[in-house]
Design a protein around this ligand. Structure first.
Ligand SMILES: O=C(CO)[C@H](O)[C@H](O)COP(=O)(O)O
Length: 228
Protein backbone atom coordinates (compact mmCIF):
# COMPACT_ATOMS: atom_id res chain seq x y z
CA UNK A 1 0.00 0.00 0.00
CA UNK A 2 1.18 3.55 -0.74
CA UNK A 3 2.20 5.69 2.18
CA UNK A 4 -0.62 7.83 3.63
CA UNK A 5 -0.31 11.16 5.44
CA UNK A 6 -2.92 12.31 7.96
CA UNK A 7 -2.28 15.89 9.22
CA UNK A 8 -3.56 16.44 12.75
CA UNK A 9 -5.80 19.46 13.20
CA UNK A 10 -4.79 19.55 16.87
CA UNK A 11 -2.02 21.88 15.67
CA UNK A 12 -4.33 23.88 13.38
CA UNK A 13 -6.30 27.06 14.11
CA UNK A 14 -9.65 25.79 15.48
CA UNK A 15 -11.38 29.04 14.46
CA UNK A 16 -10.50 28.36 10.80
CA UNK A 17 -10.93 24.60 10.51
CA UNK A 18 -12.38 24.57 6.98
CA UNK A 19 -9.52 26.74 5.70
CA UNK A 20 -6.99 24.63 7.59
CA UNK A 21 -8.39 21.52 5.87
CA UNK A 22 -7.89 23.26 2.49
CA UNK A 23 -4.32 24.14 3.51
CA UNK A 24 -3.33 20.47 3.44
CA UNK A 25 -4.74 19.79 0.00
CA UNK A 26 -3.21 16.50 -1.16
CA UNK A 27 -3.29 14.84 2.25
CA UNK A 28 -4.94 11.42 2.36
CA UNK A 29 -6.85 12.09 5.58
CA UNK A 30 -7.51 14.82 8.08
CA UNK A 31 -6.73 13.54 11.58
CA UNK A 32 -9.25 14.78 14.16
CA UNK A 33 -8.18 14.42 17.80
CA UNK A 34 -11.22 14.08 20.04
CA UNK A 35 -10.27 14.50 23.72
CA UNK A 36 -12.65 14.45 26.69
CA UNK A 37 -10.46 15.58 29.62
CA UNK A 38 -11.04 12.16 31.24
CA UNK A 39 -9.17 9.61 29.14
CA UNK A 40 -6.54 12.31 28.52
CA UNK A 41 -5.93 15.58 30.40
CA UNK A 42 -7.07 17.81 27.54
CA UNK A 43 -10.35 18.83 25.91
CA UNK A 44 -10.87 19.47 22.20
CA UNK A 45 -14.02 18.92 20.15
CA UNK A 46 -16.94 16.57 19.60
CA UNK A 47 -19.58 15.24 17.24
CA UNK A 48 -21.10 18.56 16.02
CA UNK A 49 -17.74 19.93 14.86
CA UNK A 50 -16.88 16.65 13.12
CA UNK A 51 -20.25 16.80 11.36
CA UNK A 52 -19.63 20.37 10.16
CA UNK A 53 -16.04 19.66 9.14
CA UNK A 54 -17.04 16.57 7.14
CA UNK A 55 -19.40 18.76 5.10
CA UNK A 56 -16.77 21.48 4.65
CA UNK A 57 -13.95 19.31 3.27
CA UNK A 58 -13.56 16.61 0.65
CA UNK A 59 -10.68 15.07 2.60
CA UNK A 60 -11.89 12.06 4.60
CA UNK A 61 -11.82 12.43 8.38
CA UNK A 62 -9.69 10.12 10.49
CA UNK A 63 -11.20 10.53 13.97
CA UNK A 64 -9.01 9.51 16.91
CA UNK A 65 -11.17 9.19 20.01
CA UNK A 66 -9.11 9.80 23.14
CA UNK A 67 -12.22 9.44 25.27
CA UNK A 68 -13.79 7.21 27.87
CA UNK A 69 -16.75 5.06 26.84
CA UNK A 70 -15.98 4.87 23.09
CA UNK A 71 -18.53 2.00 22.91
CA UNK A 72 -21.20 4.65 23.34
CA UNK A 73 -19.71 7.50 21.30
CA UNK A 74 -17.77 5.99 18.36
CA UNK A 75 -20.86 5.11 16.26
CA UNK A 76 -21.95 8.77 16.47
CA UNK A 77 -18.70 9.84 14.80
CA UNK A 78 -19.44 7.51 11.88
CA UNK A 79 -22.90 9.07 11.58
CA UNK A 80 -21.24 12.52 11.71
CA UNK A 81 -19.28 11.62 8.56
CA UNK A 82 -15.95 10.17 9.73
CA UNK A 83 -14.32 7.81 7.23
CA UNK A 84 -12.21 6.14 9.90
CA UNK A 85 -12.85 5.93 13.65
CA UNK A 86 -10.14 4.96 16.12
CA UNK A 87 -11.00 3.97 19.68
CA UNK A 88 -8.49 3.17 22.42
CA UNK A 89 -7.96 -0.44 23.52
CA UNK A 90 -7.57 0.85 27.08
CA UNK A 91 -11.01 2.49 27.00
CA UNK A 92 -13.24 0.12 25.02
CA UNK A 93 -15.41 -2.30 27.02
CA UNK A 94 -16.16 -4.54 24.00
CA UNK A 95 -13.62 -3.79 21.25
CA UNK A 96 -14.74 -6.55 18.86
CA UNK A 97 -18.38 -5.54 19.06
CA UNK A 98 -17.41 -1.89 18.66
CA UNK A 99 -15.17 -2.54 15.62
CA UNK A 100 -17.99 -4.53 13.99
CA UNK A 101 -20.45 -1.73 14.66
CA UNK A 102 -18.13 0.93 13.16
CA UNK A 103 -17.66 -1.23 10.05
CA UNK A 104 -21.37 -2.00 9.78
CA UNK A 105 -22.12 1.72 9.83
CA UNK A 106 -19.73 2.22 6.91
CA UNK A 107 -16.44 3.52 8.34
CA UNK A 108 -13.02 1.96 8.77
CA UNK A 109 -12.55 0.54 12.28
CA UNK A 110 -9.30 1.29 14.05
CA UNK A 111 -7.89 0.66 17.53
CA UNK A 112 -5.14 2.64 19.27
CA UNK A 113 -2.57 1.58 21.85
CA UNK A 114 -0.98 3.96 24.35
CA UNK A 115 2.82 3.64 24.67
CA UNK A 116 2.65 1.25 27.67
CA UNK A 117 0.04 -1.03 26.11
CA UNK A 118 1.53 -4.09 24.36
CA UNK A 119 0.23 -5.40 21.04
CA UNK A 120 0.46 -9.09 21.91
CA UNK A 121 -2.82 -9.44 23.88
CA UNK A 122 -4.66 -8.09 20.83
CA UNK A 123 -3.19 -10.42 18.18
CA UNK A 124 -6.41 -12.42 17.72
CA UNK A 125 -8.43 -9.21 17.39
CA UNK A 126 -6.45 -7.77 14.46
CA UNK A 127 -8.67 -9.29 11.70
CA UNK A 128 -11.57 -7.26 13.13
CA UNK A 129 -9.72 -4.00 12.41
CA UNK A 130 -8.89 -1.91 9.35
CA UNK A 131 -6.11 -0.01 11.12
CA UNK A 132 -4.02 -0.24 14.28
CA UNK A 133 -2.66 3.02 15.74
CA UNK A 134 0.52 2.91 17.77
CA UNK A 135 0.92 6.08 19.83
CA UNK A 136 4.49 7.35 19.71
CA UNK A 137 3.85 9.91 22.48
CA UNK A 138 1.58 9.81 25.52
CA UNK A 139 -1.78 10.93 24.10
CA UNK A 140 -3.15 14.33 25.04
CA UNK A 141 -1.01 17.03 23.49
CA UNK A 142 0.65 17.94 20.22
CA UNK A 143 4.27 19.00 19.90
CA UNK A 144 5.80 16.25 22.07
CA UNK A 145 9.03 14.40 21.27
CA UNK A 146 8.81 11.12 19.39
CA UNK A 147 9.32 8.05 21.61
CA UNK A 148 12.03 5.96 19.95
CA UNK A 149 11.25 3.12 22.36
CA UNK A 150 8.03 2.50 20.37
CA UNK A 151 9.98 1.32 17.28
CA UNK A 152 10.21 -2.33 18.46
CA UNK A 153 6.41 -2.37 18.99
CA UNK A 154 5.89 -1.05 15.45
CA UNK A 155 8.20 -3.81 14.15
CA UNK A 156 6.43 -6.55 16.13
CA UNK A 157 3.04 -5.33 14.95
CA UNK A 158 4.17 -5.33 11.31
CA UNK A 159 5.39 -8.92 11.81
CA UNK A 160 1.98 -9.94 13.18
CA UNK A 161 0.23 -8.28 10.23
CA UNK A 162 2.46 -10.20 7.81
CA UNK A 163 2.14 -13.47 9.74
CA UNK A 164 -1.65 -13.35 9.49
CA UNK A 165 -1.67 -12.02 5.90
CA UNK A 166 -3.81 -9.03 6.91
CA UNK A 167 -4.52 -5.84 4.93
CA UNK A 168 -4.41 -3.90 8.18
CA UNK A 169 -2.98 -0.36 8.00
CA UNK A 170 -0.42 0.55 10.68
CA UNK A 171 -0.62 4.17 11.83
CA UNK A 172 1.79 6.10 14.04
CA UNK A 173 0.90 9.32 15.87
CA UNK A 174 3.02 11.65 17.97
CA UNK A 175 6.27 13.44 17.20
CA UNK A 176 6.16 12.31 13.57
CA UNK A 177 8.30 14.76 11.58
CA UNK A 178 10.87 14.81 8.79
CA UNK A 179 13.47 13.76 11.39
CA UNK A 180 11.51 10.70 12.60
CA UNK A 181 9.21 9.53 9.80
CA UNK A 182 11.85 7.40 8.07
CA UNK A 183 12.44 5.34 11.23
CA UNK A 184 8.69 4.76 11.53
CA UNK A 185 8.41 3.67 7.90
CA UNK A 186 11.43 1.37 8.15
CA UNK A 187 9.88 -0.26 11.24
CA UNK A 188 6.62 -0.95 9.40
CA UNK A 189 4.24 2.01 9.69
CA UNK A 190 2.34 3.05 6.55
CA UNK A 191 -0.07 5.77 7.80
CA UNK A 192 1.53 8.82 9.41
CA UNK A 193 -0.17 11.42 11.60
CA UNK A 194 1.67 14.73 11.88
CA UNK A 195 0.46 17.85 13.64
CA UNK A 196 3.17 20.38 14.39
CA UNK A 197 5.35 19.08 11.53
CA UNK A 198 2.57 20.13 9.12
CA UNK A 199 0.61 23.01 10.67
CA UNK A 200 3.72 24.47 12.29
CA UNK A 201 5.14 25.14 8.83
CA UNK A 202 4.50 28.15 6.56
CA UNK A 203 3.37 25.84 3.74
CA UNK A 204 1.44 22.87 5.25
CA UNK A 205 0.78 21.28 1.84
CA UNK A 206 4.52 21.33 1.06
CA UNK A 207 5.18 19.78 4.48
CA UNK A 208 2.78 16.93 3.62
CA UNK A 209 4.63 16.36 0.32
CA UNK A 210 8.01 16.33 2.10
CA UNK A 211 6.80 13.82 4.72
CA UNK A 212 5.30 11.62 2.01
CA UNK A 213 8.55 11.65 0.01
CA UNK A 214 10.66 10.64 3.01
CA UNK A 215 8.28 7.88 4.10
CA UNK A 216 7.97 6.55 0.54
CA UNK A 217 11.74 6.36 0.11
CA UNK A 218 12.22 4.67 3.48
CA UNK A 219 9.45 2.15 2.74
CA UNK A 220 10.97 1.27 -0.63
CA UNK A 221 14.15 0.08 1.07
CA UNK A 222 12.47 -1.47 4.13
CA UNK A 223 12.79 -5.22 4.59
CA UNK A 224 9.13 -5.60 5.62
CA UNK A 225 7.90 -4.00 2.37
CA UNK A 226 9.95 -6.14 -0.03
CA UNK A 227 7.55 -8.11 -2.19
CA UNK A 228 4.61 -5.99 -0.98
O1 LIG B 1 -2.91 12.33 19.19
C1 LIG B 1 -2.26 13.34 19.30
C2 LIG B 1 -1.87 13.81 20.66
O2 LIG B 1 -2.42 12.95 21.59
C3 LIG B 1 -1.86 14.15 18.11
O3 LIG B 1 -2.44 13.61 16.93
C4 LIG B 1 -0.37 14.18 17.94
O4 LIG B 1 0.27 14.52 19.08
C5 LIG B 1 0.00 15.08 16.78
O5 LIG B 1 0.80 16.11 17.16
P1 LIG B 1 2.37 16.16 16.83
O6 LIG B 1 2.56 15.63 15.44
O7 LIG B 1 2.69 17.62 16.96
O8 LIG B 1 3.07 15.30 17.84
Amino acid sequence: MAVQISPSILSADFARLAAEAEAVDGADWLHVDVMDNHFVPNLTLGVPIVESLSKATGTPLDCHLMIEDPDRWAPQYVEAGAGSVTFHAEAAAAPVRLAREIRAKGARASMALKPATPIEPYEDLLPELDMLLIMTVEPGFGGQSFLDIMLPKIRRTRELISKHGLELWLQVDGGVAESTIERCAEAGADVFVAGSAVYGKDDPAAAVRALRAKATDATASAAWACGH
